[in-house]
Design a binder for this molecule. Structure first.
Ligand SMILES: O=C(O)CCC(=O)C(=O)O
Ligand SMILES: [Fe+2]
Length: 241
């Protein structure tokens, strides 16, 4: 694949301020914030990235241990990280950390993310591939200790549009209940009257940023959607301390 000259404001039909104009910043309260940039990567560049990643990433679908039971993660995954960082382990699974050099286009996307978000220096990336309507991400927070207490997470999406939900953690919700949709039904979070929910339709080429206390105070998910038949690839850039 030819390396793309990715710009932070790349939409060919728009004037240079367009991207900024469409950017939504949502104050979730108590020091949590979400930013959504619908056209972060231009449409055609986005499809080049999609095709490259779909074909060249060594996707795996690991078996996780959730509440003492084994279950297949309901999406494909891969992990990329700068050498020398502490290992990522979640739900009893320790992904192999590939190098950025293994997949040069990821460095172009990382550069564009850094330009869009001054002051960030992401050093790890979790890739997810949702192969159809049955693939999903259950309610969880990315609050592993290795990301610190107020991690900034930058999420870039390609391919099939999917809904991304955020809901405020209930006071009873604890770390043990995370990834709740991936455990047995009896252990899932009980529905609450909590009206603090937000939904974003994550467009092809979009960027969503979670920052502040979003991982401490909120859960997020990408639910199954019968109509979402085609593949979606999502990249979440994170900083391991
Ligand atoms: O696919 C997405 O948009 C979110 C993925 C996610 O939450 C995660 O990998 O932790
Ligand atoms: Fe997440």
């Amino acid at each position: 694949m030819s390396l793309l000259k990715l710009k932070a404001v790349p939409d060919p039909d728009s004037n240079p301020n367009d991207n900024a104009k469409k950017t939504q910043t949502i104050d979730l309260g108590n020091g949590s914030e979400v930013v959504y940039v619908p056209r972060f990567v231009a449409y055609d560049d986005g499809w080049e990235f999609f095709n490259y990643l779909d074909k060249h990433i060594p996707w795996t679908r690991p078996t996780l241990r959730v509440f003492g039971r084994s279950c297949l993660q309901p999406r494909d995954t891969c992990y990329v990280a700068t050498a020398g960082l502490p290992d990522l382990i979640y739900s009893g699974y320790q992904p192999h950390a590939y190098s950025w050099d293994d997949f040069p286009p990821l460095k172009d996307i990382l550069d564009a993310v850094h330009k869009m978000l001054p002051g960030t220096r992401f050093n790890s990336l979790l890739l997810n591939r949702y192969k159809g309507s049955n693939d999903y991400a259950g309610w969880h927070a990315d609050d592993e200790k290795l990301y610190g207490s107020t991690p900034e997470i930058a999420s870039v999406s390609f391919g099939c549009e999917r809904e991304f939900f955020l809901k405020k953690k209930s006071r009873k919700s604890s770390q043990v209940l995370e990834r709740s949709d991936e455990g047995p039904p009896s252990k899932r979070l009980k529905k609450s009257n909590n009206v603090d929910q937000h939904c974003f339709r994550l467009k092809h080429g979009s960027l969503l940023v979670m920052r502040g206390y979003t991982q401490r105070d909120w859960l997020h998910s990408v639910p199954k959607r019968a109509k979402a038949e085609t593949t979606r690839i999502n990249l979440t850039f994170r900083h391991v301390l």
